[in-house]
Design a protein around this ligand. Structure first.
Ligand code: TEU
Length: 554
């Protein structure tokens, strides 16, 4: 049985984690200084978002050199020390491979712009359809057309993300070899895992206008995708045992994920999919205000749980990352039931079948920043869409309301370490403002409080190690039609775990579809006596019941 099924991954956005130098941006030495904190939480892997040389137009997802550390994060010596210090604490490093595109400052792209055919063929250059008309009508994920005109070449290049992020041409074998080299280099440095950024977009099918959508059908899960991923696997991480890999799959289909994350290990260990996090969109449109759809959330999560298992594939399970708003603001309550709802949401994720990911600050119940002033926003996507929304006719107030809910900056504010100035993140001026609530929500306080959200996460991380049923069990949905409760059962070799969670601020009744008399109450988010009826859940209450081996309950 693969060990990683008992593991939990912790995501660090280094720019906002800990600043050791006082210049306002986090760095590698900052991460080293917090390893004991992570050890205390009990996590096994750290996924670091990119810290490679980069002009930082998209906070490092625009890589100018895959082999160098951006000086704002430190040096290669710092990185080596981080790997060593983490290993001492039995924590492995997982790096972020941004292989769909490079930065426009990358040497390859600079050579391409200078007309060097070899490097032009590293990217996707095409002639326009006519004067001023781009090759296709595809839209960039960050707004506007996805093609940028280069006058000197009289050609356009494709950028599915920002103008400064030209897409690589994976149909060119030389590009694929370059990428293999990058992975082998970092494996040589003792890295034990990789996350692959938007990797299901690398195989483009055809360059045609999309009359029904924004172009994604021509490049999502494209024709050669499995071939390219298998090749990457065989030539690099597949050669060494125990390298953990996760592919970030943008707008993917579940059928493709059976292969991406198949237990045969030919592609990746697991996938991130995002359908469950689009339940507060309108179709694919993120920049709108609609209440989230609980029934849909449940249905999507449950479908993925059931079908991935049936097809022998493994999920990454998560609510949060650096692109998503804070979950307690999104599906929980930031007021009266802040603590209960944060713990409830944690329980749902950590008891599912799959590898759980915690995004920095989630374990403290950090909330959305909700900035009210455009000068406080930093994210290129938010800045672009603030303009686009107003061009569409919304007034400034309406545009802010949408940003406050959906902006990626909501989760990028500095980690809240303590009650000190700037939440103890920096001695200088932070690159993005600290959330105002840091005196109420911070690590130093939660470490002292056994009832804190931090300690609850710690418990969940250790339960996965302790109970095989959490790591390996089958999944079964319970009380599916319940309008406010998410309930499921996991079973494994005579062990059973039942989880029930109320997503609303009102008491709810649920149907366990199981006789819970012979189950033990294992964990929950309320202290004191349980309700008389097992079928009653208090506001945002979550409860775990266990049957199997005898356990000591504390
Ligand atoms: O994100 C992929 C992606 O398409 C989305 O998460 C996107 O940011 C959002 O849905 C737009 O509404 C990855 C990285 O995680 C992200 O930080 C990068 O900006 C992006 O790729 C480009 O590298």
């Amino acid at each position: 049985m693969e060990d990683f099924k008992k593991s939990t991954v912790y995501q660090i956005y280094p720019k906002s984690f800990a600043d050791s130098r006082g210049n306002g941006t986090g760095d590698l030495k900052g991460v080293i200084s917090k390893l004991d904190y992570l050890k205390e939480l009990g996590i096994d892997y750290i996924w670091m978002t990119p810290f490679f040389l980069s002009p930082q137009k998209d906070n490092g997802y625009d890589v100018a050199d895959y082999y160098r550390i951006d000086p704002s994060y430190g040096t290669m010596e710092d990185f080596d020390e981080l790997v060593k210090e983490a290993a001492k604490r039995e924590i492995s490093l997982m790096l972020d491979m941004v292989f769909n595109h490079t930065s426009s400052r990358h040497e390859w792209f600079q050579k391409a712009l200078a007309g060097d055919e070899k490097y032009k063929n590293y990217y996707i250059f095409k002639r326009g359809k006519g004067p001023g008309i781009p090759p296709t009508n595809w839209e960039s994920k960050f707004g506007g057309n996805a093609w940028e005109y280069v006058e000197a070449l009289d050609e356009y290049y494709l950028h599915l993300f920002d103008i400064s992020q030209p897409d690589l041409n994976w149909d060119n074998e030389e590009v694929r070899k370059e990428m293999q080299k990058v992975i082998l280099f970092w494996m040589g440095k003792g890295v034990k895992g990789f996350r692959f950024d938007v990797v299901n977009l690398i195989s483009k099918e055809a360059f045609e206008d999309d009359y029904e959508g924004d172009g994604r059908k021509f490049y999502t899960d494209g024709p050669n995708i499995h071939k390219y991923l298998r090749e990457l696997n065989e030539k690099t991480f597949g050669k060494e045992n125990g390298i953990l890999t996760v592919g970030e799959m943008s707008s993917t289909s579940m059928e493709n994920c059976y292969q991406y994350a198949g237990e045969d290990g030919k592609e990746f260990s697991m996938v991130f999919s995002f359908h469950h996090l689009k339940v507060d969109f309108m179709g694919n449109e993120k920049w709108v205000l609609v209440p989230y759809d609980f029934a849909k959330l449940k249905q999507i999560l449950f479908d993925w749980q059931t079908n991935m298992a049936k097809n022998h594939a493994w999920n990454a399970v998560f609510w949060c990352n650096h692109d998503q708003p804070r979950v307690v603001s999104r599906f929980g309550d930031t007021g009266k039931y802040w603590k209960e709802s944060a713990k409830m949401l944690a329980t749902v994720i950590h008891c599912l079948r799959g590898t759980p990911y915690i995004y920095q600050g989630e374990e403290l119940g950090m909330t959305n920043a909700e900035f009210q002033d455009i000068s406080k926003y930093r994210d290129v996507e938010s800045l672009n869409h603030f303009q686009i929304l107003q061009e569409k006719g919304l007034n400034e107030t309406q545009a802010y309301q949408i940003l406050q809910v959906h902006s990626r900056d909501n989760s990028r504010t500095p980690m809240q370490w303590s009650e000190e100035d700037q939440a103890g993140f920096t001695k200088g001026k932070p690159w993005i403002e600290v959330n105002e609530n840091y005196k109420k929500i911070n690590a130093s306080q939660q470490l002292k409080d056994p009832d804190s959200i931090f300690h609850y996460y710690k418990k969940l991380v250790s339960l996965r190690k302790e109970y095989d049923v959490i790591a390996y069990g089958d999944f079964e949905a319970l009380d599916v039609k319940n309008p406010s409760v998410m309930a499921y059962r996991r079973t494994y070799k005579g062990e059973t775990l039942v989880a029930a969670s109320n997503f609303y601020g009102k008491e709810a009744v649920w149907n366990p579809e199981t006789d819970l008399k012979d189950h033990q109450y294992l964990l929950g988010n309320y202290s004191g006596p349980l309700p008389e009826k097992v079928t009653v859940l208090r506001p945002y209450e979550t409860r775990l019941y266990y049957k199997g081996r005898i356990v000591a309950i504390n």
